[in-house]
Design a protein around this ligand. Structure first.
Ligand code: SF4
Ligand code: SF4
Length: 469
């Protein structure tokens, strides 16, 4: 680091400390063998040096808000990366846990006045942890389940029928009533608690390969189905197709497409992320599309990062950059292309909606105005703004399953802030956020409708009316 001062990590009050004393001042980080990062792309010291330790990022960091420790803040983690790079701190359970508590929400990237690329730093760190830190058996087990099922719709699909029966036969209610699962495994309980409702639509994954534009064709676009989205939120995908075609887009859906790689990439599974990214690029090769459309915030952010993910792949580097340049969030695309379909009111009278910013749209893709602009075009819609709109809801991909305690508190806060607006409906453009918010609405005994903004546009175009609760 450029500065000679570093800070201790055991207190909220930052105390200057000499770098050579880092371990002495943080005995809980010590380990008999000083295992650190390997030479394969450690967090870049040049990027680390751009942090001037001003601390502006702390108040916007959700993990710091909940845990209140410097080491669970962006600044603290950057110190830790530097200390491990310099051989002054080990990569062990005590240090890895501070990286694991990071939600990857990127709020710090938005806030930082010095332009610190924390996203690149934490990305490199997660890959290092994956290679060089030996996780506990239970940690490995849950991660293995997540990485071997979630990115593969064909593996998830056979689980739909047992999950459907689990919900419809009342076993889910019984499991939740007993309250035993959180005592046996908090992580399994967290996974169970956000299980989406399995409906008959979940078994329908049958969008055609090409759907023609209605009226004059303005664009030819590719569409990404998502893994969780296509199985658990298929109405959102169907609504996306209807809205795009109603606005003059021919929609192409290559069936060879798989996962966008968001889950493995965010968790440091480099090899898996690269394989999935290459498959996705191949699926859309030679399709001749003007844009590749995605309706899930987290996936969109990763798809736009393909150039970075495949930067060291000579065969795919250019293809990845070209693909990423074509990726557009559906709201970003529609706001730019302009709506040509006529919009109708969703309800008799005004409808108050609170739009929930997904971190990977707001911070990751800098998309916040476009969804609001689209919603405000629907006759009768009045938008409300929640307190702490830019703060993560705690979903963060699979974070709410891996770090359930922090996620619980953030979910509860987010729902309270959304409810305090008095809005009748919540609009959320990310499946993970939607599941997290629905869970906490239920826990707080509130019945407020939650829909993807594209579903609201679809209803408005088709003249479908919402019922007031
Ligand atoms: S706001 Fe930026 S420069 Fe300041 S401490 Fe945070 S990361 Fe470092
Ligand atoms: S990505 Fe989010 S949780 Fe992680 S350090 Fe930045 S603000 Fe905090």
């Amino acid at each position: 680091m450029q500065t000679s001062e570093k800070y201790t990590v055991s207190s909220d009050e930052l105390k200057p400390a000499k770098s050579s004393n880092f371990l002495a001042q943080n005995p809980h980080l010590q380990t008999p063998e000083l295992q650190g990062f390997d030479a394969n792309n450690p967090p870049n010291p040049k990027l680390i040096d751009t942090c001037v330790h001003c601390g502006f990022c702390l108040s916007t960091c959700p993990s710091y808000r909940v845990l209140g420790k410097e080491m669970d803040s962006p600044r603290g983690r950057i110190y830790l990366m530097d200390a491990i790079n310099e051989g002054e701190a080990p990569l062990n359970e005590a240090t890895a846990q501070h990286f694991d508590t990071c939600l990857g929400c990127l709020a710090c990237v938005t806030t930082c006045p010095s332009g610190v690329q924390y996203d690149k730093l934490i990305g490199a760190t997660r890959h290092q942890i994956d290679r060089n830190y030996d996780r506990t058996f239970s940690d490995k087990l849950i991660r293995s389940i997540l990485f071997n099922f979630f990115p593969y719709p064909n593996r998830l699909r056979p689980l739909l029928a047992p999950m459907f029966l689990y919900q419809k036969l009342g076993v889910q209610k019984l499991v939740r009533l007993t309250g035993l699962l959180p005592k046996i495994s908090p992580r399994l309980a967290a996974m169970e608690s956000i299980l989406p409702e399995i409906t008959i639509e979940s078994f329908r994954d049958n969008l055609p390969d090409v759907i023609p534009a209605q009226g004059e064709k303005r664009y030819r676009v590719g569409m990404i189905l998502g893994c969780v989205q296509r199985l658990f939120f298929s109405p959102v995908n169907e609504a996306t197709v209807r809205v795009l075609t109603a606005n003059g887009c021919e929609v192409v859906i290559p069936k060879s497409q798989g996962c966008c790689a968001a889950l493995p990439e965010h968790q440091g599974q480099t090899a898996q992320a690269k394989v999935l990214a290459r498959q996705m690029i191949d699926s859309f090769a030679n399709m001749g599309v003007d844009a590749v459309i995605i309706n899930a915030a987290g996936c969109g952010h990763t798809l736009k990062e393909y150039g970075h993910i495949l930067a060291d792949d000579p065969e795919y580097r250019e293809k990845a950059e070209d693909f990423a340049a074509h990726v557009k969030d559906v709201q970003e695309f529609l706001a730019s292309a302009g709506l040509t379909a006529k919009l109708h009111p969703l309800i008799d009278g005004d409808l108050t909606i609170v739009y929930q910013d997904a971190c990977h749209l707001l911070h990751g893709q800098k998309i916040s105005l476009q969804p609001r602009q689209l919603l405000q075009q629907i006759p009768g819609v009045k938008l409300k703004e929640p307190l702490d709109a830019a703060l993560c809801c705690g979903s963060a991909g699979v974070y709410n399953m891996l770090q359930p305690e922090v996620a619980e508190e953030l979910g509860q806060q987010k729902v309270e802030n959304l409810l305090n607006t008095g809005a009748e409906l919540i609009a959320s453009a990310n499946p993970g956020c939607s599941l997290q918010i629905k869970k906490h609405l239920e826990l707080q005994g509130k019945s407020v409708t939650l829909m993807h903004p594209i579903e609201l546009l679809d209803y408005s175009i088709r003249g479908v009316k919402l019922q007031r609760n």
